[in-house]
Design a protein around this ligand. Structure first.
Ligand code: ACO
Length: 382
């Protein structure tokens, strides 16, 4: 701290841990119990039982739809799967080695610039549907363009998971691929006031527009401490390569001070319930060899983390088995975080709507640790 530093007497919370910055009815993470609830429903009751569209209806509108409401809702989503030509034109010149998440951030941002009359300073449900429905279309278009292929428009009769794979590969996906993808999308749709959702709410709290809030959230998701981990889990498992190499690889990584991707969580001090469900899905969806390697890595990592950091309660998080599930449905590693964003776009926009409905500018304080009485010298005297 510099000499004559000025400090404040306000309570300090490094990383805002434990600070309540918003009220929400959308989802809650019970960190000690390892439980996640969306609007009153434990995620175990939704994953594999409801569709992703039913869960989107639940988060946006507040209740699960009946059949007629779901049909109407699917129609609205279907009408919004087509990309404006301007978005495809913006994606075309991107280099083929651009990160798909950067392409997504660009494409989503273009939506706001192309249709300012639609994405006004008053976020509403139609805007939320319109943006979220286009996430898979933007990613699929970029995925095809980078392979030298033309984008494919969505098909109204296909659901979100099916359309995502259809628009990416140009053929209707098999159930063994779209079903696990749909469960994955349900599990990741919302998660309390995580870093990207907080970003979206901070932007919404300035009474900015929904597209700006969602574009900012994509940026926050990109970091490996948040949504950027699953591709790194895949890299880790690929590098480990075989069961014999699990122990030396992890020992060496931890001895070198590295963090093991897919483990630890700010809120969960028990197993992440999404990890438990994804483990079961990975067992069915991925190859026996890859699943066995993942499990051996998980077992040894958990034992070592418990031995080395007994006070930190480090368990498997959602990202670890996401890698196995998303690989098994045919997505390359650089599409993992963007696919997380496809799911979370629903939660982000639900939070923007909730923030807008009862807004107060989010403006925390900082602890000032700088000097206050330095003497100014003109430039010729420095
Ligand atoms: N591997 C090794 N050590 C770890 C790990 C890990 N994965 N996670 C935490 N630790 C250690 C830290 O080194 C630290 O040890 P120290 O006190 O001896 O320095 C201690 O545990 C506490 O770490 P913090 O960074 O204070 O914990 P925080 O709550 O901020 O971190 C986080 C949570 C960022 C997720 C962390 O566990 C991590 O980096 N995990 C690996 C990356 C990852 O899996 N990210 C995805 C998270 S899930 C999601 O966002 C969707």
């Amino acid at each position: 701290m510099p000499e004559s530093a000025h400090t404040t007497d306000l309570p300090k919370a490094n990383g805002l841990e434990g600070v309540v910055a918003a009220q929400t009815e959308l989802s809650h993470v019970f960190g000690e119990e390892g439980k996640l609830v969306y609007r009153g429903y434990d995620i175990h009751k939704l994953a594999g039982k409801a569709s992703f569209e039913e869960v989107a209806h639940l988060l946006w509108i507040g209740r699960l739809p009946n059949q007629r409401e779901l049909d109407d809702f699917n129609q609205k989503l279907g009408k919004n799967r087509t990309l404006p030509a301007g978005v495809i034109d913006a994606l075309r010149p991107l280099p083929s080695d651009a990160l798909p998440l950067d392409a997504l951030r660009t494409g989503v941002s273009m939506l706001g610039a192309l249709e300012p009359d639609r994405f006004t300073f008053e976020p509403d449900l139609d805007q939320a549907i319109s943006v979220a429905a286009r996430f898979p279309a933007i990613l699929a278009a970029f995925s095809r363009l980078r392979e030298g292929k033309e984008p494919v428009q969505g098909r109204a009769e296909l659901n979100t998971a099916q359309n995502y794979l259809y628009q990416m590969h140009g053929e209707a996906p098999e159930e063994k691929h779209w079903k696990p993808l749909e469960s994955y999308l349900i599990l990741l749709a919302d998660h309390g006031l995580n870093a990207s959702t907080f970003t979206a709410r901070v932007i919404a709290s300035t009474t900015s527009d929904l597209v700006s809030a969602i574009t900012g959230a994509i940026g926050a998701l990109k970091g490996p401490l948040h949504g950027g981990a699953p591709a790194l889990v895949l890299d880790m498992l690929t590098e480990i390569g075989s069961a014999d190499n699990v122990e030396p690889w992890i020992t060496n990584a931890l001895d070198s001070g590295e963090r093991l991707m897919g483990f630890g969580h700010r809120v969960y001090k028990a197993e992440d319930p999404r990890a438990e469900i994804l483990r079961g899905m990975a067992e069915t969806a991925s190859t026996p060899e890859f699943f066995a390697l993942s499990q051996k890595t998980e077992d040894f990592a958990l034992a070592e983390l418990a031995r080395r950091k007994p006070d930190n309660k480090l368990y498997t998080n959602v990202e670890f088995y996401s890698a196995a599930v998303l690989s098994a449905v045919g997505l390359p590693g650089d599409m993992f975080t963007p696919t997380f964003a496809v799911s979370r776009s629903v939660g982000w926009s639900a939070h923007v709507l909730e923030q807008a409905s009862n807004n107060r500018l989010i403006r925390p304080a900082s602890e000032f640790v700088g000097a206050t009485d330095r003497k100014f010298a003109p430039i010729e005297e420095r």
